[in-house]
Design a protein around this ligand. Sequence first.
Ligand code: DWN
Length: 396
Amino acid sequence: MNKKFLDLGNQPLANKYLRAYKKLTLKSNELYRLTVGFDNKTKLVSLINKIPDKKMFDGNYPYKSSMSKTMINSFKKLSIKIKKRFKPKLFFEIGSNDGALIKNFNISEVVCVEPCANLAKITNKKGYYTYNNYWNLSLAKKIKKNFGRADVIYSANTLTHINDLDDVFKSITHMLNKEGVLIIEDPSLLECFKKVSYDQFYNEHIYIFSALSVKKLINKFELELFDIEKLETHGGSLRYYIKWRQNKKIKIKNSVSKQLSSEVKFGLDSFKTYKKFGNSVKKSKNDLLKLLKTIKKKNQKIIGYGATAKASTVLNYCNIGNDMIDYFVDTTPDKKNRYMPGKNIKIKKYEKKLLNNVDYVYLGAWNFIKEIFKKEKKFIQKGGKFITHVPTPRII
Ligand code: DWN
C-alpha cells in the first residue's frame, strides 16, 4: 500500500515552459496534486497521482543532457569504463536524450530508444539508430528481432519516469544477453532525504529509487545487483550494476551490501523516516520564504540560475513568483523567453551580463553548483551571493 508522506500542493507539468504567463487551474487539468507515498512491502517511493507519459514526453521536450559539462564528462568517463569492463558488441540505451552518452560509442555498436521526437531526431541525424518510442515489451520484441540481444543495457534518469515498472523490467530481460549487464542510474533516495531535496519530486519522477527498492524490484525478474556506485550527479545518484542471478561469473561487490545497510541504518525501510522527511520539507519551505522576504525587504535583486524541473517544484510549492525572483537564466535554447511552469517568472537565455546588478542568485540547478561557481567567479568576486535551499535554505 502506498502511504502518503509528502504533499507538495498543486503543481504544473515540470517541463512545460509556457510562451506567455497564464494562471493554470486544476479544473482544466493544467495543475496536478503532487503527493508522494511509500510502500512498505516493495520499499518503493512513488507519486500517488501519476500523469500519462504522453502528456509529459512529446515532440517538444526541452531538457537536453548536453547542456552541462558535468554530465558530458560523467558520460565520457562511464563510456570508457563500460568499454573496458564489459566490452559490449551491442550497447542499448533506454532514454538516449540528445546523445550525450552514445556519442562516445561507435555508431555500429549502439541502438537506442527515446520517446521525445525532437531528441530522437538529433541522434538519428547523427547516425545512431534511435527508435522514437516509449519503452515497452512490444518494442523490446521488435528490437531483439532486428538486432539480437544486448550485451549492455543502460538507462540514466529514465526508468523512474515510466509508470509500469514490471513491464520495464520484463522488456529489459527480453533483450538482455544471458551474460549481459544492465546499468541504471537515478537520483538516490538516501541523498534526497539527507539533503531535504524535495524538488527531486515532480510529475516526471514517478519513482525515486533506493537500493532497497531496486533489489526487491529486480528480484522478481531473476536479476540481481552486483555493484553500486555513488555519483555526485543530479544531487547524488546511484549507479546500479545488475546481472542475471544465474550468471555466477560476475562476483557481487561489497558496495551492494554497504549501500543497503546504510539505507537501513538511515531508516529508509521504515515509514517513520518518511514522516520526518515530510516535516523537514515544510520547515525548508518556511525558511526559504523567510530568507527571500528578508532580502526583498531591503529591495535587493534576486534572479534564478537554471530553469530546472526541480525549481518548478520549489516555486509552486513555496508560491514564489516574480515579486521575489525577477527572472531565470538558462543555457537551454528551448527554454528561452518562456515562463517557469505555473509562475510568472521569465526565463532569459543565459548571458553573463544578466548577472550584472544582481545581488542574489537562487540556484535552480543546485546540483551543478561546482560547475556554476567556476563559471561565475567574477560575480562572486564582485560580492554577488548565491541562495540554495539544499540541504537547508541559506546564502552562500
Ligand atoms: O530526470 C530528469 C533530469 C535528469 O533532468 C528530467 N526529468 C528533467 C531534468 O531535470 P532538471 O531540469 O531538474 O535537470 P538539471 O539537469 O538540473 O537541469 C539543469 C538546467 O540548468 C538545464 O536547463 C541547463 C541549465 N544550466 C545552465 O543554464 N547553466 C546548467 C548549467 C550547468 C549551467 O551552467
